[in-house]
Design a protein around this ligand. Sequence first.
Ligand SMILES: [Zn+2]
Length: 354
Amino acid sequence: MEGYAVSIDSDPIRIIEAPRPGSWAADEETFLNQLGGAALIIVPGRDSSRCRAVCTLLHGNEPSGVRALHRFLRSGHEPVVDLLCFIPAVETALHERLFQHRYLPGERDQNRCFRPPFDDRPGRIAQRLLQLLDVYRPECLIDIHNTSGAGPAFGVVAHEDSRHEALVSLFTQHLVVTDLQLGALMELSRPQRPIVTVECGGAGDRRADRIAFEGLMRYVDDDQVLALARGVHLELYHSPARLELADGSTLAFDTRPVPGVDLTVPPDLERFNFGTAPSGTFIGWLGSQQSRARLSARTGSGVDRLEEWFRIEEGRLITTQPLKLFMITHRKDIALSDCLLYAAPETERRSVDS
Ligand SMILES: [Zn+2]
């Protein structure tokens, strides 16, 4: 690893084996320039008969995971088993301003490309990453992300079992179990190779950087990462629905209803983030009769839970049952383009000894 890689090999993922810790630049932007593009860095562990994988920077504007990996790589710390480090969206992260773009303008979202067709640049990177997983056969994979808004860390899995829970518990105790099929890497989890996503908090939040690094170090140091430790409790969120407004809707955050706006949300709604909102929790004021039709609360499988989980009383949108709310945003642009919040029915707390 001397100098910078400037040419792009025909292989969409450059493989770098057993790099010297001192070969990596201290500065993260220079480090990404050293990689030159999508990369797989293989770090030999004490037990080379086994390997684990970590992936991060599938989204170019989510730096916590790559910061953690960069720090780990420079430390020269020896992992307990071989570690495969996939860093796909290097060019995206370097495009224009560092960590500005989620994906390259005009391209598809890299974490929506893990299913055919693989016929564009991010598709070829995804396909090659999957081939490399079949070649190296890691015992598991953790994919580290940041959320767009601030908030606590949480895991996301497509399969619910103790192995997935154990992996997530290295980072956080909040776990979302989703049935969304978007072409994300974690959807390709299987019993021989569990894959989990970890959202370690907001991009640019120092706590998120720390959660990513501390979780990564547990992942590289623990001999067994697929067994849930006794006494560990995970808070589960099943098949969450996204509370969304239709295109062209209007939204405001205010302490009183804003005239002419479809939904006015009190600014303190965020206090329910990752907590339980009891039945009757006030979500916001609806503007008009038509505003209701612009709202939906669809789950990953497309079922709309709006009628079931919410009701309207005198123009106020309130919950009909205890709901766990998370990823509540206070940013108007995100609430309108993505969703205002995720909601899941309250389920029992589960632990290894129950
Ligand atoms: Zn992401």
